[in-house]
Design a protein around this ligand. Structure first.
Ligand code: ASP
Length: 587
């Protein structure tokens, strides 16, 4: 269908818009030459491309254009001769005939074909990203991203949120990631820090009475790059006052479901919910992929008081691999090695077979002869494994046994993140602390401003490891889409949390005194969340790397092959900033 608004002073139509209904119209289309074919001296075919698609243009006589020349073509839309229609193209029933071609700009030959066929080295693509972006896949991804952003914005506007921009030149934010520093020219020797998120700014906005804030915010973290991580990424950042966790979950659910509907045309049925403890216990992960089963099964009861040394642990967990009995010994050895590399002492495996004499089930495993009859029966009954299945067992501390089997579950049953169906999940009741630092102090699982669960407040000093927080994550197909929490707004609780984290009053004052100071001027109860937009769009776009949905991403090694960044500064710039390069060590 022709979109009238797409006409400009230079064109009447976009290439991909022309249809049979336009036959007879005189049109002008503009774009890049995708292909040129000569038919003798008197006829030339030019396939013209813009972001909407391709149209075949027929030029009487020859035409001196090459691939990627920028041209304007004026002619009359007509049906393609019978038998020459191209059903692969939306415009394939028609062509523009009797064309006059005006060259708007010449172009060097492109460094790679501008189509979606074939794999091009990523560094070459990124060096010429401006050409890469012309490919239909990249055009679709960028436009999908814009659609998602727009849906998120309208959902937040509709829910009474105000868009506020927060500074990029800022002070350190205590969220655990390494930060980028920007040296100050006016204050030599001092640096601004680029925000790893607008966390502190948005909390200050709550003290400032903004009530409901959102921002499509750029966040910067100097961390190793991966398929789902870039130095800079974008979040839908949210904070609201006089709310509880339930309010925030409902705001975010509304926005994300709207975005999903805008991107896929289908509104997801809803977002499932699970506590952190349940996620670890059933899936061995705090971001479980609930698209498939293979859940962790507890065998601790079956092996309580066992004589089998390998199973004499506080926790014995198993997964059942349906049909996995046919796995070769070398595959099983590979899974065992993997389990060990993840920290397990070993991996026990049991092939389940049909017993030839009585038709019952038997176990084929080097460990089988050590099991008592009750243990054998208990294992089969609890796992519900049947003939042809494989049971993998890890015995260890609860958390380790779960995480190792959770990873094996993904290794064996996992699928690409972007493969449907989309299964959204809230993981709630995260622990307040996760592990300990070098000084033996607990480490904040989310960030130090997260409110503990009121029921567990008394445990802050006596048993910090068991304190639950009011922090929650949103998970989609095994990817963490975002995190948030109810914040501490009372200074007495904040002091106790700092004390538990081993942060002294002086240190707290030095690092985030401005926030704590502001809180003395009337901080309302508040809570928030941030949704990772790059990850959300990558999943909707069917991409397994967020680089495919970012216009100008960095390579895995953090560089930009197009601009050459990062680059050494000119001596004059260094001097102005009061910086002196340290000579690089040669290894
Ligand atoms: N600042 C947090 C993050 O970037 C999100 C939040 O707690 O709102 O993950």
């Amino acid at each position: 269908m022709t979109d009238v608004s797409s006409s400009t002073s230079l064109r009447t139509h976009r290439c991909g818009d022309l249809r049979v209904a336009d036959v007879g119209s005189t049109v002008t289309v503009c774009g890049w030459v995708a292909k040129r074919r000569e038919h003798g001296e008197h006829l030339a075919f030019v396939d013209l491309r813009d972001h909407t698609g391709l149209i075949q243009c027929v030029v009487p006589g020859s035409v001196d254009v090459r691939s990627e020349y920028v041209v304007s073509v004026t002619g009359v839309v007509r049906l393609r001769p019978e038998g020459t229609e191209n059903s692969d193209l939306a415009t394939g029933a028609v062509e523009v005939g009797e064309c006059a071609v005006e060259i708007l700009n010449i172009a060097e030959p492109p460094p790679f074909p501008v189509d979606d066929r074939g794999d091009v080295d990523e560094v070459i693509r990124l060096r010429h990203r401006f050409v890469d972006l012309r490919r239909p896949r990249m055009q679709a991804n960028l436009r999908l991203r814009a659609k998602v952003n727009s849906a998120l914005r309208s959902a937040m506007d509709r829910q009474g949120f105000v868009e506020v921009e927060t500074p990029l030149l800022w002070a350190p934010t205590p969220e655990g990631a390494r930060e980028f520093a920007v040296p100050s020219r006016l204050s030599r020797g001092s640096c601004y820090v680029l925000p790893q998120s607008p966390q502190l700014a948005k909390q200050l906005l709550m003290v400032g009475g903004v009530d409901r804030y959102y921002q499509i915010a750029r966040c910067l973290r100097d961390e190793d790059l991966r398929a789902d991580r870039q130095f800079e990424f974008t979040q839908l950042d949210i904070e609201a006052s006089f709310v509880t966790q339930e309010d925030v979950l409902s705001f975010v659910t509304e926005a994300v479901l709207d975005a999903a509907e805008a991107a896929t045309g289908e509104r997801p049925a809803g977002v499932a919910r699970m506590t952190w403890a349940e996620a670890i216990d059933r899936y061995g992960s705090d971001k479980p992929d609930i698209r498939f089963g293979m859940e962790l099964i507890d065998l601790s009861g079956v092996f309580a008081g066992t004589e089998v040394k390998a199973f004499a642990s506080p926790c014995v967990k198993a997964i059942v691999v349906e049909g996995g009995a046919s796995l070769s010994r070398s595959r099983l050895d590979a899974h065992t090695e993997r389990a060990k590399s993840l920290g397990a002492k070993g991996l026990a495996w049991f092939r389940v077979t049909a017993n030839e004499t009585d038709g019952g089930l038997a176990l084929d495993s080097p460990l089988d002869r050590f099991l008592s009859d009750d243990e054998r029966a208990g294992l089969l009954a609890t796992t519900k494994a049947t003939s042809g299945d494989l049971v993998l067992v890890v015995a260890d501390e609860h958390r380790l046994a779960c995480s190792v089997l959770g990873q094996l579950r993904l290794d064996i049953g996992g699928r690409p993140v972007s493969e449907g169906p989309y299964r959204y999940l809230w993981v709630v009741d995260f622990p307040m602390f996760d592990g300990v630092d070098d000084h033996g102090h607990p480490v904040a699982a989310h960030h130090p401003f997260t409110m503990p669960n009121p029921e567990d407040l008394d445990l802050l000093e006596t048993d910090p490891a068991s304190v639950r927080s009011q922090a929650y994550d949103l998970v989609l197909n095994g990817w963490e889409l975002g995190s948030g929490s109810v914040r501490i707004h009372r200074s007495d609780i904040q002091s106790r949390v700092f004390a538990a984290l081993g942060i002294s009053d002086e240190e707290a004052a030095a690092r985030f005194g401005f926030l704590l100071g502001a809180f003395r001027f009337g901080a309302p109860p508040h809570a928030g969340f941030a949704v990772g937009i790059d990850r959300l769009v990558a999943i909707f776009a069917g991409e397994d790397s967020i680089r495919e949905v970012i216009a100008f991403p960095k390579t895995q090694s953090g560089s930009d092959p197009m601009t050459g960044a990062p680059k050494p500064l000119e001596p004059g710039q260094l001097a102005a900033l009061g910086l002196q390069p340290v000579p690089q060590k040669l290894d």
